[in-house]
Design a protein around this ligand. Sequence first.
Ligand code: AMP
Ligand code: MG
Length: 350
Amino acid sequence: MKNVPTRTIKAAGPHEELAEAAHVLRSGGLVAFPTETVYGLGANALDPEAVNKIFRAKGRPADNPLIVHIAEISQVEDLSDDITVPARRVMEAFWPGPLTVVLPKKPGVPGEVTAGLQTVAVRMPDHPVARELIRLAGVPVAAPSANRSGRPSPTTAQHVRNDLEGRIDVIVDGGACRVGLESTVLDLTSEPPVILRPGGITREEIEEVIGPVEIDPALWELHDRGTPKSPGMKYAHYSPKAEVVVVAGDDYGKIFVKVSELILKYRSSDKKVGVLASLETGRGYSADAVYPVGSRANLVTVAQNLFYGLRFLDDEEVDLIIAEGYPEEGIGLAIMNRLRKAAGNNVIYV
Ligand code: AMP
Ligand code: MG
């Protein structure tokens, strides 16, 4: 891939700059922009050539479909003409916000966006810069997370630069992302609806609006109570350069003891060890680097800092990252999903 001069613009800067970024989108270029979840890498969703550039810049497998971002609820009609009552209800309840809905697609939505599926994933982000950019572009914007495929999602413009400098046209810098994890993906083409990916909006919140929803059984296939899998067996997702192991369980006192034991063990074999810890336990670890993600009493902050922490520990050049686990309720479900994938399912339960 040839080198592209990547320009960074400040979202808080002159208005004409955002208009220029919108122009780049309209002309088939790639623009990374902040959303409340993570930074997205946007292209005109109706332009197959532009969409193909996203896959090339990220090194994303062609069979992984993209989420289409819109600025107003009414734009969903341009993408799907089969919007059921439950679909309408969740959009009204959670948009703008970190919920993606999967709907039957209209013929005009390019197969490049949906990876050949007859459905399209749509979201209206709750970030003023994202929405203004999409509005100015005047087209729906296909945007996966703005990282090289397989890496942790970016939650700052610097993360995007580290991964995609020279491969995309513009980065709009809007500061750090509020949610820190990707959107919840809810498939509304089946009855009951199915959560394909846990994220910023919880199962509990969705069920309050439309009643019972299921969780894609594929998510549970990642569970493996008991012995950890071989460290080399990685899912290529959210992965830092370092090897990752998650220590999970109901009692965080036990988690603390196990993590401390692992730190000792690996440091004595000359490995540089980093810990992704909660505030409750972080100070007690004598590792090479400790990144406190947030309090167990407020998992929203843990979610917010999770990818940041993984990238931070990578920059510290540790060989091993030991991550504490969290209860799998509410946003904890999404946190554990990302950690499990980052660890290639290398989870120790205590
Ligand atoms: P990313 O934006 O990189 O976080 O990835 C987008 C996520 O949405 C991936 O997990 C996709 O598999 C999922 N997705 C996008 N479009 C569809 C669709 N039509 N049906 C099911 N999942 C989808
Ligand atoms: Mg992604």
